[in-house]
Design a binder for this molecule. Structure first.
Ligand SMILES: [Zn+2]
Length: 296
């Protein structure tokens, strides 16, 4: 793959297979991924898994039927005890990995995360949050996610994830059946065979294609025999979402006595956003409304 053929895009495409009651998604990322991993000095294997989790979370947020956000966390007893990507319906993404031990030769999902779980938290802007947990039992992150859909929603789902370590690109594809018709055996059998057919077509995606071809060209190559309706593409961006106000909201949960004690000792309260590493300092004046509480 030569340098000048690289796709410089951060785009999510959604589409419907009109004759098959199935939907698909394709996400191709470079800049947003690079923003997430920059300054963190992650080992290559961690960068790759975090990139796959980013692509997967984009695919998941695109399934939201309302405004809100999704957080996908991997947690386990391995050297990477915690990894999390968070994104919203506008495809504004951020992510982080926390290493509890040094990485030596570990590179698979299970070597990195160890024995653990995937926790998916869905927070609608209006309404109650929902959390789903599945054990990380499948070999790959893509298969663990497909398993999550089978368990939580009983919908046949397939996910493909790709990463290009050297060019710092990640990508993913998603296929899911839509509820169809009367639920008769005949209908179910047709849907099953449609899904297998689309799975076989999607299995032919090559990494060099997903990292170099524009979505339209790639989709044509894969599905030119099918009738595919494409939605407007959505831009994926890196957006941390941290702010002074959010830090202050967190500090307001601490007791006034404790805040005063830290101010006396250190002259300020410092916070660093663990996602983007932005540093925030708050001095006595900024915290007046919190420390004055103890006088009442
Ligand atoms: Zn931040």
């Amino acid at each position: 793959m030569s340098e000048n053929t690289l796709l410089k895009t951060d785009t999510l495409n959604r589409y419907l297979f009109d004759d098959m009651h199935a939907r698909g998604e394709l996400v191709q990322l470079s800049h947003s991924y690079q923003c997430i991993i920059q300054h963190h000095n992650y080992p290559p294997a961690v960068r790759i898994l975090l990139g796959e989790l980013l692509a997967a979370t984009c695919l998941l947020t695109a399934t939201l039927k309302f405004e809100g956000e999704i957080t996908v966390q991997l947690q386990g007893d391995g050297p990477v005890g915690y990894m999390s990507v968070n994104g919203d319906n506008n495809q504004q993404m951020r992510g982080i990995a926390k290493l509890s031990q040094t990485i030596t030769n570990e590179n698979t999902l299970h070597q990195l995360i160890g024995k653990g779980n995937m926790v998916i938290t869905i927070r609608p802007n209006q309404g109650e949050p929902y959390q789903g947990i599945v054990a990380l039992e499948q070999d790959s992150l893509a298969d663990c996610l497909a398993h999550y859909f089978e368990v939580s929603e009983q919908i046949p789902t397939k996910i493909w994830l790709f990463s290009h370590e050297q060019n710092q690109q990640v990508a993913g594809a998603f296929l899911q059946l839509l509820p169809d018709g009367d639920g008769s055996d005949e209908n179910k059998a047709k849907q099953q065979s449609d899904f297998e057919h689309l799975t076989q077509l999607t299995n032919t995606i090559k990494a060099e294609e997903i990292f170099t071809l524009e979505a339209q060209a790639l989709l044509y190559r894969l599905y030119h025999q099918e009738t595919v309706s494409l939605y407007e593409p959505q831009a994926v961006t890196y957006q941390c979402g941290c702010s002074s106000d959010k830090c202050l909201a967190a500090i307001s949960q601490v007791s006034a006595e404790e805040i005063s004690a830290i101010l006396t000792e250190q002259g300020k309260i410092s916070m660093t956003c663990e996602y983007c590493l932005t540093h925030y300092d708050f001095f006595a004046e900024d915290l007046k409304s919190f420390t004055s509480k103890q006088n009442h």
